[in-house]
Write a protein of this length. Structure first.
Lengths: 383, 155
């Protein structure tokens, strides 16, 4: 299996593993290679025009924050840069609308710096200063369709214990046992978030010096692995799954099932770790007990992970998405015929509720959402 | 510094490098600090510069994907004057929104960040990129054929 064009274009940060995989893919597929070359030609051309007309990065900082700084805060060179950039700003913004957006972003970065500084150095006004930072963070939080928008509601006591144990001087494993009566969301020290089913067990081995990340696992869980300099390994009784920043489900019962939602993982028998099978999003890999070969099939809706309170779709036709949401929320949802076969890929937390999830879906589809007085919803194509 | 960088890029290993580099900037520039009460403004400037440099270095897929001799290059002085025209056509085929997204991406922002900046969703941004790619494909194809030594194809 290899990375396809759509997946490559949607990669956000390229890890070394991504580069290796894409290298292999373009070597094996001349069409893919040519398509990527075309894309890079275009982005390079845009970049060249940007550099010819837009202010430099430092000049953008000076422009965005010019009202914050007085003359004594700037060097002679910076004052000169600022004057030059200000004189051509209008033209640059006219040619490149992204200039204005970046200036706005940098201005908000400055607000965030203010808040962080005040939190650190002005304890008296700590309470009142938290508001803007939280507000800024709240407005900065995007609606994420493909990645999980997991709440940081992990059990505080467990996190505190974890931090104590996972220091460079520590080294002892950190064990998390899920409670008996409810799914548990846990945030590991590297930012990885795990939704553990009742009765599951997760033993974490993080070495902060070598930055090795390894967990032993049994049960059912959904992982949203934070990107890191080293891979993240999930070991079960019979399999080892190696991860490069991704979200996926694991279920151990008569073997190991790995269901990949985004990113890339490899799965291999613990007996033959060099004989790995690569999974790409939408793949479900199963390694039965005693087997050495992974069976791979595709999924369109992630079943069997209801405990995680997630709704996962992968190229799922909208008619099936609507049916699933109708069952989940017990509310009438319909979709117009012209959109019924439109494929949707996304992961949603059930706790967001019907309307919020539908709003994300119609935004992604560029569609309309109508809500009737009796509480039913209808999705239709934008006129 | 640490709290600031975590609020901008999340809790990740790069934060330590950013903090170190920003503090080095502040330290090196202390001779320019004329008013001690302006330390905050001074430190903010260093942190914001450092953040822009982080975005600049975020993506290096082009260099990593192609051998140097094989990497596509764009230059105004390559070939006859008409050669660049196909790139211009491809660029003009882009919607304003798509062009904006690609520029923000080239600046170094992640799709997730771009979505937040333009008030959209990450999925919608990626869809725009895919559509942009589809639109410019044909026009760039002609340009690349020329680059590969093929005669220009008349439409």
């Amino acid at each position: 299996m290899s990375y396809d064009l759509e997946h490559i274009l949607s990669l956000d940060e390229w890890t070394d593993s991504d580069r290796d995989a894409v290298r292999l893919a373009v070597q094996a597929d001349p069409d893919l290679r040519q398509a990527l070359q075309r894309w890079f030609v275009l982005s390079a051309a845009l970049s060249e025009r940007w550099h010819a007309h837009a202010p430099s990065r430092y000049a953008l900082v000076l422009l965005a924050c010019k009202d914050r700084w007085n003359d004594t805060d700037l060097s002679n060179d910076e004052r000169s840069q600022l004057e030059d950039a200000a004189s051509c700003l209008e033209q640059a913004a006219g040619n490149h609308s992204a200039v204005t957006i970046i200036l706005d972003r940098i201005a908000r970065d400055a607000v965030a710096f203010d808040s962080a500084w005040n939190e650190a150095f002005v304890p008296v006004s700590r309470g009142s200063d938290r508001g803007p930072l939280r507000q800024e963070r709240a407005t900065a939080r995007p609606l994420r369709l493909v990645r999980l928008a997991m709440a940081a509601a992990a059990v505080v006591a467990l996190i505190l214990v974890g931090r104590n144990v996972l220091t460079p001087d520590g080294g002892a494993p950190f064990a998390v046992y899920s409670p008996e009566d409810a799914m548990q969301k846990v945030t590991l020290v590297d930012g990885t978030e795990v939704r553990l089913a009742t009765g599951s067990r997760l033993d974490v081995f993080f070495d902060l010096e070598s930055q090795e990340r390894r967990v032993l696992f049994e049960g059912s869980a959904f992982f949203d692995v934070a990107e890191g300099p080293r891979t993240f390994r999930v070991e079960t009784a019979n399999a080892v799954t190696t991860v490069w920043g991704t979200s996926f489900g694991v279920h151990t019962e008569s073997g190991t099932d790995v269901t990949l939602v985004s990113g890339r993982v490899s799965i291999a028998s613990i007996q033959t770790p060099d004989h790995a099978t690569i999974l790409t999003p939408g793949d479900q890999g199963r390694l039965p007990v005693g087997a050495s070969d992974v069976e791979v099939q595709s999924f369109s809706q992630l079943e069997g992970f209801d405990f995680a309170e997630l709704l996962v779709f992968r190229n799922t036709p909208m008619r099936e998405v609507v049916q699933r949401l109708t069952e989940e929320f017990e509310v009438s949802i319909t979709v117009s015929e012209d959109l019924s076969e439109a494929p949707l890929t996304g992961t949603f937390e059930s706790e967001r509720g019907t309307k919020a999830i539908l709003q994300i879906i119609v935004a992604a589809l560029g569609a309309n959402l109508d809500e009737s007085q009796n509480g039913s919803f209808h999705i239709s194509e934008q006129k | 510094m640490r709290g600031f960088f975590i609020s901008r890029i999340g809790r990740r290993p790069d934060v330590d490098d950013l903090v170190q580099n920003a503090l080095m900037r502040v330290h090196r520039g202390f001779t320019d600090l004329k008013d001690d009460s302006r330390l905050k403004a001074f430190a903010m400037k260093g942190a914001l510069y450092e953040l822009q440099d982080f975005y600049r270095g975020r993506y290096t897929p082009k260099e990593a994907l192609f051998d140097i001799h094989d990497a596509p290059e764009i230059s105004d002085d390559q070939g006859p004057a008409g050669a660049g025209l196909d790139v211009e056509k491809a660029l003009s085929a882009l919607s304003e929104k798509a062009r904006q997204i690609i520029e923000l991406r080239e600046y170094g922002y992640k799709y997730e960040e771009i979505a937040e900046m333009v008030g959209s969703t990450e999925a919608a941004i990626k869809m725009q990129v895919k559509r942009a790619f589809d639109r410019m494909r044909a026009a760039l194809g002609l340009f690349l054929l020329w680059m590969a030594g093929f005669p220009m194809i008349e439409r």
